[in-house]
Design a protein around this ligand. Structure first.
Ligand code: G4P
Length: 198
């Protein structure tokens, strides 16, 4: 998605060799039109997969996931990271360790919303080490449902999450693949920066 790559070039801030700040259009302020197009692109890339549910994790995964779900005309479920007052019993849970944040979260999804015949598309904003996606896959497995694929807005392909998931046989579709953040510069896997900004 060229528009996404351009937005990353124009507004992304490289905080370190491994962290990209995209607070102006994904993680804090959001760009609804771009999000809609992101949803559209996911629908195209997973065409023919007969998806029945979209699954993400709160909070930043929700926007791209709801846009995909809207256009697929299926429900979106977001796994909760915080303990919920209303969601305690009859739940699937999985532990997700974040290397970036060095913290562990237990994620929760009600058993009510995932059924054995569901074909589930996993969506998230970032793919780094793959722990969030693996946690969601674990929950889909607990429900005996099927993983239809994994849609990611920004994959940091210099970290190992993408390889891990692809080696497990999943279709992973990342709309921007960042290959390096070295020297304060964003490099993409498939396209040179000059081509994107031209
Ligand atoms: P992983 O799931 O692929 O292993 O990723 P990791 O644990 O490294 O990421 C944990 C959190 O940090 C996730 O957000 C993820 O979206 C975010 N993250 C990882 N790398 C980057 C980055 O380079 N830039 C930005 N902006 N975020 C990054 P989270 O804790 O679930 O937060 P949120 O969804 O509530 O915003």
């Amino acid at each position: 998605l060229k528009k996404l790559q351009k937005k990353i070039c124009d507004e992304g801030i490289v905080l370190s060799d491994s962290v990209l700040k995209v607070d102006s259009f994904i993680n804090h302020q959001m760009d609804p039109k771009l999000m809609f197009e992101i949803g559209q692109e996911f629908v195209q890339r997973f065409e023919g997969k007969s998806i029945t549910k979209v699954l993400t994790i709160e909070s930043s995964g929700i926007a791209p996931a709801i846009m995909a779900a809207l256009q697929l005309e299926v429900p979106l479920i977001f796994a909760r990271k915080k303990k919920s007052l209303t969601l305690k019993d009859n739940v699937y849970t999985s532990k997700v360790y974040s290397f970036t944040k060095q913290e562990e979260n237990e994620i929760t999804v009600s058993k009510e919303f995932l059924e054995p015949n569901d074909k589930v598309l996993v969506i998230d904003d970032f793919l780094a080490n793959g722990q969030a996606a693996l946690g969601l896959i674990e929950i889909i497995k607990q429900a005996n449902a099927e993983v239809s694929g994994i849609g990611i807005v920004i994959e940091k392909s210099f970290q190992n999450g993408g390889d891990k998931l692809r080696n497990l046989g999943y279709q992973v579709e990342s709309l921007a693949q960042v290959s390096s953040l070295k020297n304060g510069e964003v490099q993409f896997l498939s396209q040179k920066l000059e081509e994107v900004t031209a």
